[in-house]
Design a protein around this ligand. Sequence first.
Ligand SMILES: [Zn+2]
Ligand SMILES: [Zn+2]
Length: 427
Amino acid sequence: MIWRTRSPPPDVVSRYLLILAGGSLPERPLLAGCLARSSVHDASTTMHDAGGCGRRTGDISSSRVRREPVQAGEEDQMRSMQFDEYGAPLKAFSYEDPTPQGKEVVVRIEACGVCHSDIHLHEGYFDMGGGNKADVTRARELPFTLGHEIVGEVVATGPGVTGAKPGDKRIVYPWIGCGDCPKCNSGEDQSCARPRNLGVHVDGGYSTHVKIPDEKFLFAYDGIPTELAGTYACSGITAYGALMKAKEGAERGGFIGLIGAGGVGMAGLMLAKAAIGAKTVVFDIDDAKLEAATRAGADYVFNSGAKETRKEVMKLTGGGLSGAVDFVGSDKSALFGINALGQNGVLVIIGLFGGAMTVPVPLFPLKGITVRGSYVGSLQEMSDMMALVRAGKVPPMPVKTRPLDAAWETLEDLRHGKIVGRVVLTP
Ligand SMILES: [Zn+2]
Ligand SMILES: [Zn+2]
């Protein structure tokens, strides 16, 4: 069934619950990090459209001038790898170089990561399990440029820009909102109900250039390799935002659990010590991933599928974890997390594998636990995280580069599970 709702429910939460209501556990993980909100927002946009609120996706990209597919000898033109049909191969399109107005900034892209969520955006739907699909095709105009892990050099600024100047090397924070609502005005742009996320709702970074609505979305990354820097805007900030919430229940010197050692989980591991100073306990059902986590500096690793694990964790931690982040987000992983918490522990769920669970209600008052979610991170959290990264307190994650023209091949390789770590496109 394709999920299309004609009468919008009252808020994002209920939209989200509606999506999940009919779903059972899907065959494969739905997301890593940023994918969560993409689905919520895309779904909400679909519903807005159905309700007659119109499309918002052209806000930034509408000023581009459509041209024919790239011609030889036009090296200085903006070139983007785009899809003009959902599921179709990406093709090169060229455009006039963007011109910034007002507070806008144009960045010449030097690197853009290819994220797992790009696969779903390109397919045009999210598989919600149980045969349910969330149609996200109305959230953007085609042809469309994916890519939200963008790094590059400022090449042009609008007359309203006061700080950024040509030559500045910056990471682009892609979780951009409408620009004028209580959330956006309080620095919670990532929680805006009318999102303009780069590479999700408006054209992103599989391109030579990108236009940003405000310089506040740019972050310095001096001392960090360019191809690595973009990952902090996605897996990095997603993990960091969750850790900041998990640490609310963690005492200095306590144990932080990281459930799921995939890409975002590994980013979380690297940030956890620098940001919180807690001892890290990594859980996964794959021993190879646990070995990688050990090599990356995890203090303790456990196979969460093993029978004795919970008992061993209780023994190790003296009564349970202070905080935990569930990077998987399945009923199994969330229940595992809840059961591994100690008194007043906090479990933050950011994965969206799917499923439903039953939890004994008395557990909440008796153990004082908190179970909550998290979506990427705020501008302030991005700034705080980048300070740690720039101070050299966060070990790098492995990245490989490919040319921009390999965008389609890379997306296909990722879809078929042929990529380990991050591939970053370099125009
Ligand atoms: Zn991402
Ligand atoms: Zn807003």
